[in-house]
Ligand binder design. Structure first.
Ligand code: ZN
Ligand code: ZN
Length: 373
């Protein structure tokens, strides 16, 4: 079987430039990579063929020799062949390390090692009473978090002579190794890309670089907060790395349910029972609200499920001034046990009241809905 022309293999012209070679090789490598074509022998051959062609044409000297003498000119390189025991280069390496997306073999390792990183955000769940959500609250909380160790400044090593150059990468923070025709660049496992390893761990933090501290913080909770409200405490999260800023602390509120009042947006709702006579004749009822005892006037002829609105006695608007309203839903109770006198009076009423027993137009379910509005 004759060997195919390298330019033909990569489907490029004989005078193509470096970037056209790369683009074409990358496309072929991704298409025929054995990971993507498990068990496909033909794809494997195409992959090897492309890798070989690229290894020659991407090297200016070898390419010149190939242009002049053909396969014979580079036979030594080609006979290195594709070592099957070395395995195939990773797809991810082809994507990122080998071609680097614009910055192939640049100074990425250097950047990776020293780039400032913002610390993590931290969530703190805080349960408060319903009353506190209405009135607002200032509270101290204890937040466990990591703080940079003062002794080693976060390095984890004894200040004077705790660090030494990484013997694996010799301080570079990354290692390059050959895999068939591909050079693969990886962050050094030994030092995690820092280029230095700890010889003597810091006595204070035992080499972690951080210490766990309980931190006391004052949280001002404004009036009107609701279940799930998040309060952000800027820069109170975990510390950053390499001089990066700390993250934020989010206090996420949970509000305990109130036995009497229910909240809907910024309105409050409660249900007050009245008797049939109060409903018919009207009444004056005292109700304990968040603004103290309020005398509520129930109008004459109030129906079951009707409501009385007390303006401005609801929840304070958390972003702005003013408050929602308080709605008092009337629950007209019909007596179930009557004394002899009561029975007599109801019997008289039965004689005097008109009997309107036609079914009403509106279904019972709509009424139930109205009741909860
Ligand atoms: Zn290293
Ligand atoms: Zn330390």
């Amino acid at each position: 079987m004759t060997k195919r022309d390298y330019y033909e293999v990569l489907a490029v012209s004989r005078d193509c430039d470096e970037s056209a070679l790369k683009t074409s090789y990358r496309r072929l490598a991704l298409e025929f990579h054995p990971d993507r074509n498990p068990g496909n022998h033909e794809a494997e051959e195409r992959f090897k063929e492309a890798a070989e062609a690229y290894s020659v044409l991407s090297d200016a000297q070898k390419r010149a020799a190939y242009d002049r003498y053909g396969h014979q000119g580079v036979s030594s390189a080609a006979s290195n062949g594709f070592d099957p025991t070395a395995g195939f280069p990773d797809l991810a390496d082809i994507l990122s390390d080998v071609f680097g997306f614009g910055d192939a073999f640049g100074s990425r390792g250097q950047q990776r090692r020293t780039r400032a990183q913002r610390g993590d955000d931290v969530r703190y769940d805080l349960e408060i009473a319903f009353e506190d959500s209405m009135r607002g609250l200032s509270i101290d909380i204890q937040v466990p978090r990591l703080e940079e160790c003062g002794r080693c400044k976060g390095k984890g090593a004894e200040p004077e002579d705790g660090l030494t150059t990484c013997p694996i990468c010799r301080g570079k923070g990354e290692v390059i190794y050959q895999q068939a025709f591909l050079s693969v660049r990886r962050t050094c496992n030994q030092c995690g890309g820092r280029g230095q390893i700890i010889r003597r761990p810091c006595k204070e933090c035992k080499g972690e670089g951080y210490q766990r501290r309980e931190r006391k913080l004052k949280v001002n909770i404004p009036a009107g907060v609701d279940e799930g409200t998040q309060l952000r405490l800027s820069q109170e999260g975990q510390p950053g790395a390499n001089g990066g800023p700390p993250g934020d602390l989010y206090v996420v509120l949970k509000v305990k349910a109130h036995p009497v009042f229910e909240r809907n947006e910024d309105n409050l709702h409660c249900t007050v029972p009245i008797n049939a006579a109060q409903a018919a004749l009207g009444a004056s009822v005292d109700i304990l609200t968040f603004d103290g005892l309020q005398t509520v006037t129930i109008p004459e002829g109030s129906q079951a499920g009707s409501r009385v609105r007390l303006k401005g006695l609801g929840v304070p608007h958390v972003n702005g001034s003013g408050r929602g309203d308080l709605f008092i839903h009337l629950d007209v109770r019909i007596p179930t046990k009557l004394s002899r006198d009561q029975r007599k009076l109801f019997e008289q009423l039965r004689e005097l009241l008109p009997a309107e027993n036609e079914p009403t137009e509106k279904g019972i379910f709509d009424k139930v809905k109205d009741y909860f509005m």
